[in-house]
Design a protein around this ligand. Sequence first.
Ligand SMILES: Nc1ncnc2c1ncn2[C@@H]1O[C@H](COP(=O)(O)OP(=O)(O)OP(=O)(O)O)[C@@H](O)[C@H]1O
Ligand SMILES: [Mg+2]
Length: 229
Amino acid sequence: MSPPLRSASGAALSVQNLRHDLKPGDPLLLLPELDVEPGGMLALTGPSGSGKSTLLHLLAGLAQPTQGRILWDGLDLAPLSESARDRWRRERAGFVFQDFHLIPELSPLENVLSTVWFSRFSARPLRGRALELLEDLGVPARSRTALLSRGEQQRVALARALLPQPAALFADEPTASLDAASGAEVARRLRALADEEGRTVIVSSHDPALIALADRRLSLRRGAEAELS
Ligand SMILES: Nc1ncnc2c1ncn2[C@@H]1O[C@H](COP(=O)(O)OP(=O)(O)OP(=O)(O)O)[C@@H](O)[C@H]1O
Ligand SMILES: [Mg+2]
């Protein structure tokens, strides 16, 4: 295994009085309070359209809430400039998008390395780790990404998010395209990232097996206060 690029310690999340409106006066998300400790795993649940992806994007600093505070290790993302939020994300966060956001013409290996092309990390020492992640996840490194199945593409997206060893990992329905066995394996890996490496893991999911592994569940309903259990 290549040496870690970042501290293995996770990040702590604190959300206060979060509200996100689709348009003025039309609230989608209402979340008065939420805390997730380093090494904690939270699952966002709720019907399609309840705001799971939107909340993941807000928590990862990919979008700005209408109101409220989202603090990671005490740093409030909301008032940061876009470039400062980008920097925070590059250094601390990994994101698996619901629709993967892979570049179909590139190989899986190139996709996994693509985020570090734009960061301060040099891609060369990361090649070995990228190959190892793809092998562990059972995806060919050198085919054309466009030729892979959706389930294989989902695992490439996960490998890309894991490459820089993020303190916080966000995964939007990371088992949705996987069969039961690969889904269970991905769920086990996400849990291990929290348990063994102290990372903070936030997933959205409809998958009962993945949801059951989380420490807590945040149930979303459009326009209503989210419920933590
Ligand atoms: N940029 C946007 N502008 C306007 N409406 C949006 C925007 N993004 C999302 N929405 C709306 O917000 C609602 C929540 O969408 P979101 O994608 O967060 O739901 P979800 O819970 O992730 O659903 P799914 O389970 O289908 O992935 C939807 O009604 C969607 O149409
Ligand atoms: Mg979604």
